[in-house]
Design a protein around this ligand. Structure first.
Ligand SMILES: [Cu+2]
Length: 228
């Protein structure tokens, strides 16, 4: 999760998010290259007298500064498309989790098990403890096994919501009457936080998402305890 002085993106908790962070840094380097060049050009333009008795045209430089941006764009487009298609892929999942957005809480269904479903409300400020994070912790956390491919099915019951976990690189619209699919696998144990990312009404800021990523055997224990 994001803490104080944590600028830029959160640490990736899934292989996809790690790649997204690398791509972000890669694009930032290209931007740095462009902005320094443009800044240099602007300063030189200002510091020069714009007159010359001999120079009438510059075919070479004009060709260069037309083609160069196109080549730079290819270096951004290729890795971007690679990631786009990689994120869209569903690699035969070992577990399916369905999230339903409500005004204003999330409810979850583990469709692989019988009667394993629950609502997940934010813990209100009055009921906070030392260990809870304000506006981020929920009364019922999603428990998921780490290192296994998970299929997410996202939908909504009333208005538009968006199911988001920044450290997993997942953001899926929750639309009433539609099932949206995405997938991820969590690469480490821990608690992952997220929030609704679609302005959905008065309590939009108060319907957080909490994932507890645990080793598979802990997950199996949890499932058998929950479906008792
Ligand atoms: Cu919402």
């Amino acid at each position: 999760m994001t803490t104080w002085l944590n600028m830029s993106l959160q640490d990736g908790a899934s292989p996809i998010m790690e790649q997204l962070v690398f791509f972000h840094d890669h694009v930032l380097m290209i931007m740095l290259m462009i902005t320094t060049t443009v800044l240099y050009m602007m300063i030189t333009l200002i510091r020069n007298k714009q007159t010359s008795r001999f120079m009438l045209e510059g075919q070479m430089i004009e060709t260069t500064w037309t083609i160069a941006p196109a080549i730079i764009l290819v270096f951004i487009a290729m890795p971007s498309l690679r990631l786009l298609y990689l994120m869209d892929e569903v690699h035969n999942p070992s577990l399916t989790l369905k999230a339903v957005g409500h005004q204003w809480y999330w409810s979850y269904e583990y469709s692989d098990f019988t009667k394993l479903e629950f609502d997940s409300y934010m813990i209100p400020q009055e009921e906070q403890q030392e260990s809870t994070f304000r506006l981020l912790d929920t009364d019922n956390r999603i428990v998921l096994p780490m290192n296994s491919p998970i299929r997410m099915i996202v939908t909504a019951a009333d208005v538009l919501h968006s199911w988001t976990i920044p450290s997993l690189g997942v953001k899926t619209d929750a639309t009433p009457g539609r099932l949206n699919q995405t997938s991820f696998s969590i690469s480490r144990p821990g608690i992952l936080y997220g929030q609704c990312s679609e302005i959905c009404g008065a309590n939009h800021s108060f319907m957080p998402i909490t994932i507890e990523s645990v080793p598979t055997k802990y997950f199996i224990n949890w499932v058998s305890k929950m479906s008792e």
